[in-house]
Design a protein around this ligand. Structure first.
Ligand code: SF4
Length: 143
């Protein structure tokens, strides 16, 4: 997962999941543990047969279906709602809140509309494999 605004990812800048799993397999057998505990992220989980430990792999770049079941939105500390960590699009909720008119009905509709816009514009997958370069570090956007 790219964490800093250091330019586009290339193969020299990440550790592939397949290689990490191969290193685990040198020490223990990994059995798929498909049930994700509520609240866990996009990792694929495996139970280590010998130790019983649970391990999750996050293959943001090397797993083709990484984003397939993502249902997350991030709210940044500066009031932006971000549909995807790996795309630049943001909805400015802070501005939407500041722009309230005092008309309670209109204001009650405006904010859900902004949130709906973020959901409707949630991309099907990130852009890490394209020439995506982060503008802000992951820690600034909830990743
Ligand atoms: S869609 Fe975006 S936020 Fe969701 S898992 Fe993919 S990169 Fe992460």
């Amino acid at each position: 997962m790219p964490l800093t605004p250091g330019g586009p990812l290339n193969e020299g800048h990440f550790f592939p999941v397949a290689e990490a799993m191969a290193r685990f397999a040198d020490h223990d057998t990994l059995d798929p543990a498909p049930a994700k505990p509520l609240g866990h992220g996009p990792a694929r989980y495996f139970r280590m047969r010998r130790s019983g430990g649970l391990v999750g792999f996050i293959g943001a770049v090397t797993c083709a279906d990484f984003c397939a079941d993502c249902n997350k939105l991030r709210l940044t500390a500066d009031g932006k709602l971000r549909p995807c960590l790996g795309r630049h699009g943001e909805i400015d909720l802070h501005q939407a809140l500041r722009a309230t008119t005092g008309d309670r009905l209109a204001d009650a509709i405006a904010l859900p509309a902004a949130i709906r816009e973020a959901i409707v514009n949630k991309p099907e997958h990130h852009g890490f494999a394209e020439d995506f370069a982060m503008k802000r570090p992951m820690t600034a956007i909830g990743g």
